[in-house]
Design a protein around this ligand. Structure first.
Ligand code: SF4
Length: 375
């Protein structure tokens, strides 16, 4: 979770610039430490960087990152690197340490890191089902998503069992002090959209260890699933709009766009009644065609319902159809995050109050830092 500090204007500027431009790593160790997010569901190709007390996922494997003006120099013995812009040193940064649970494997030989990974500095995250009906044909799949890539590369297993997840969660809490967990999933061909599998996973994890859990899935067919998910031990829920405009949704995520935004809105209302205001969230990818005012208008509606609008800059993941799509500029992100930070604060739904999940972690966006800016 990001530190509760008010950042100066120059730091906010640097955070948005780093997420847009990415970072070059001077040290080859940084490339191979197993701590970058590569592939997986949703946004990826990042590395967790701690700067001014804020943990931020910064692109390191994208085409743009390899050309970035920002360079992380060889870390010193304490793990601190000097960040330079061109040749000028501008800040000290640190990378998340490799967690101890990565050294372990299950009795049948599956490395724990193939079951769940560390996100940011204190979040355990997994894609429970690494297959997705939306991904069966690349034409229907979400163009930003790489859920099939880490599976094809042998870095993960297709279906993580509840027992495997419980075992890894317990180890990650005991050995590395993780504070909360994200269970996301590819969408299975069942009307519950993965809710049942998420319930089974959460039940097993909660039996093994007391760890706040966020589940993420498409809206299930029946709103009764929200109460079942809560009873299973899921603390917060993410249902991710990703892209907002009808034309952009149809172009960028043709399969997922068959579920209209109106269904997301009705599902949000039902879910907030179960999980509470601020404990339901949605990911919105900025930079894929939605103009800033549209993002802010939808965020306004979401906040009125009690949903946390987690707006993140789009990261073009290598190997996906959008790998050459330019990421949003820092100015574009600021034009959304500055007013959005104030809107979130006024609505009383701050990242710091979320019990678990992406909004609480906040590392994929500078939004939580903008929430803390004094009005
Ligand atoms: S915001 Fe979500 S996806 Fe991003 S690093 Fe944190 S837990 Fe992972």
């Amino acid at each position: 979770m990001n530190a509760s500090v008010n950042l100066p204007e120059s730091s906010l500027q640097l955070l948005t610039e780093l997420q847009s431009s990415g970072l070059r790593l001077a040290s080859p160790e940084g490339e191979s430490d197993g701590l970058s997010r590569r592939g997986g569901a949703g946004p990826s190709d990042h590395k967790a960087v701690v700067i001014d007390g804020v943990t931020l996922m910064v692109p390191v494997h994208t085409h743009g990152a390899h050309q970035s003006v920002f360079v992380a120099n060889e870390p010193d013995a304490s793990g601190v690197s000097v960040l330079t812009r061109g040749s000028i040193p501008i800040a000290q940064i640190a990378f998340a340490k490799k967690p101890r649970f990565y050294k372990l494997q299950t009795l049948d030989g599956v490395p724990y890191s193939h079951i769940a990974t560390l996100h940011g500095t204190d979040v355990l995250a997994t894609t429970v089902l690494q297959t997705c009906i939306r991904y069966e044909s690349r034409k229907k799949a979400c163009k930003f998503c790489a859920i099939g890539q880490s599976l094809a590369a042998g870095r993960t297993v297709a279906h993580k069992t509840p027992e495997q997840l419980a075992e890894v969660a317990r180890a990650a809490v005991l050995l590395d002090g993780v504070k909360h967990m994200v269970l996301t999933t590819g969408t299975p061909p069942t009307p519950d959209r993965g809710a049942a599998i998420l319930c089974d996973s959460a039940r097993a994890i909660k039996r093994a260890v007391n760890l706040p859990i966020q589940a993420q899935c498409e809206p299930p067919d029946d709103d009764a699933w929200f109460a079942r998910m809560r009873e299973a031990g899921i603390d917060t829920l993410g249902m991710h709009l990703e892209v907002l405009g009808e034309a952009e949704r149809a172009r960028i995520m043709p399969g997922k766009a068959t579920v209209p935004v109106s269904r997301y809105m009705s599902a949000f209302e039902a879910a907030v009644k179960v999980f509470g205001r601020g404990q339901v969230s949605t990911y919105i990818l900025a930079g894929l065609g939605d103009p800033p005012q549209r993002v802010l208008d939808v965020a306004h509606q979401l906040l009125a319902i009690g949903v946390y609008p987690f707006v993140v800059p789009f990261v073009p993941i290598s190997g996906t159809p959008l790998e050459d799509h330019a990421p949003p500029t820092p100015e574009f992100m600021r034009s959304i995050l500055a007013p959005l930070g104030a809107m979130v604060r006024e609505a009383g739904l701050r990242a710091a109050d979320i019990k678990a999940g992406c909004g609480k972690c906040g590392a994929c966006s500078a939004l939580s830092s903008f929430e803390k800016v004094a009005a």
